[in-house]
Write a protein that binds this ligand. Structure first.
Ligand code: NAD
Length: 411
């Protein structure tokens, strides 16, 4: 059974807090959520029956700014998972230099069982019943089971309740409803900027080989950018399996194949590989961009890549990371590598607050600047503290949060 995500998040917090020399009172404050909200709401289904739904919102720490981040509509939602995610978002915002606190919430529901009208009513009901909300309070974004469309309904509901426009009250909305361009690609785009810089800093050749696990919102965008950038993407996979070609895969043709078949497997000219084999291929750089805990103690000794960049959340377990580090394989951590999505959410908020909407060039230009600033700061701290990049990124975030907590007089 995989570890409780909250225990994992708290373990990282304690380890990084010790390295940062954090005040014990600040550690105590950051080890518990500021508040957790558990609420229910009734909703009439298409059949006429009324169902009661269970919903949550966790606020971890708002020392750096108002609460912000995702909303999950999923059948197996637990409060501990949401608490862990809210803590991770608190840290991620700190790593990325984003003036926001960490929040996470959702509704216990399988959205696949809902009609479109039921999904609309659910999104609106969640927003109506959410106890605390607003552009300067808590800004829910999308996550598993939610989308641009659910976020557009949430914003519309909120604006109908308050009686005026407030586009910064909800994130991940479509550009047509005061959202931002570049939002859907932001995480993959951010990973790409980190990748490009790491290639230079870690001494790889410009045409180095890459294996990418996961071909969804993050992996497919990243693979496309790597191909355009002249890197050799030698393997990709999705939940059904993977493909490998030491000559490099034509990603635009693969995207066409996925559009037609729904899978990467059976792409002409490439050999099949399993997801497990993909991780162990002899590629220069490995980018897990699918799910958590795919590199564990068992397979870590077989990893041949010379650098791992975590595009997914938590793909390398703590014990596996230690093994890789001992073998001289650095890991660029999730809290830095995939912060592009959270960064562009902040840009979406700035645009909503100012009513000045940016073009894609400006969004991506600012994203590159912000994420590389955080990346260089992580490298600097790792050198100074002789630590892993993960601990360095956490230390940077924790020191920023501690400074605000103390100046506010919270401890
Ligand atoms: P997605 O659902 O769009 O895509 C996931 C991909 O992984 C799909 O290709 C799927 O087939 C594949 N996959 C699923 N289970 C798998 C398994 N067991 N083995 C191998 N492949 C599997 O998800 P996404 O939005 O691309 O997110 C990918 C990862 O990045 C997740 O860990 C997510 O938490 C993280 N992340 C995403 C964002 C974002 O903006 N979407 C932001 C930060 C972090």
């Amino acid at each position: 059974m995989s570890a409780n995500p909250l225990d994992t998040a708290l373990h990282s917090l304690r380890e990084a807090a010790e390295l940062a020399g954090l005040d014990p009172k600040v550690i105590e404050l950051l080890s518990v959520p500021k508040r957790t909200m558990e609420f229910t709401f009734p909703m009439r289904m298409d059949s006429g029956e009324v169902r009661i739904f269970k919903a949550y919102r966790v606020h971890w720490c708002d020392a750096l700014g108002n609460f912000k981040d995702g909303t999950r509509f999923t059948g197996n939602l637990t409060l501990d998972e949401l608490k862990a995610l809210a803590l991770w978002m608190t840290i991620k915002h700190g790593v990325g230099g984003i003036p926001a606190g960490g929040g996470k919430g959702g509704v216990e529901v399988d959205p696949g069982e809902l009609s479109t009208w039921e999904l609309e009513r659910l999104s609106r009901s969640f927003m109506r019943h959410l106890p605390m909300k607003g552009a300067w309070v808590d800004v829910p974004g999308a996550d598993i089971g939610t989308s641009e469309q659910t976020q557009a309904w949430m914003l519309d509901e909120y604006e109908q309740i308050i009686g005026y426009h407030s586009p910064a009250a909800v994130n991940d909305k479509p550009a047509a409803v005061s959202g931002t361009v570049g939002s859907a690609e932001a995480t993959g785009q951010g990973v790409y900027y980190v990748f490009e810089q790491a290639v230079k800093d870690f001494g790889f050749k410009e045409d180095c080989s890459v294996a990418v696990q996961g071909f969804g919102k993050v992996g497919a965008v990243l693979a496309g950018l790597l191909y355009e950038g002249g890197y050799k993407v030698v393997a990709v996979s999705d939940i059904y399996g993977g493909i490998h070609s030491s000559e490099g895969i034509d990603i635009p043709r693969l995207q066409e194949h996925v559009r037609k078949t729904g899978k990467v497997v059976e792409f002409p000219g490439a050999e099949p590989v399993s997801n497990e084999e993909l991780l162990e291929l002899d590629a220069d750089i490995l980018v897990p961009a699918a799910v958590q805990s795919v590199i564990g103690e068992e397979n870590a000794p077989r990893i041949k890549a010379r650098l791992v960049i975590e595009a997914a959340n938590g793909p390398v377990t703590p014990k596996a990371e230690q093994y890789l580090l001992d073998k001289g394989i650095p890991v660029i951590p999730d809290v830095l590598a995939n912060v592009g999505g959270a960064t562009v959410c902040h840009f979406e908020r700035i645009q909503g607050l100012t009513d000045e909407y940016w073009d894609l060039e400006r969004v991506n230009g600012q994203l590159k600047e912000w994420i590389l600033k955080a990346y260089h700061k992580m490298l600097e701290t790792a050198k100074e503290k002789d630590s892993s990049y993960r601990m360095a990124a956490w230390v940077n975030a924790l020191l920023k949060i501690e400074a605000s907590v103390k100046k506010r007089g919270w401890v």
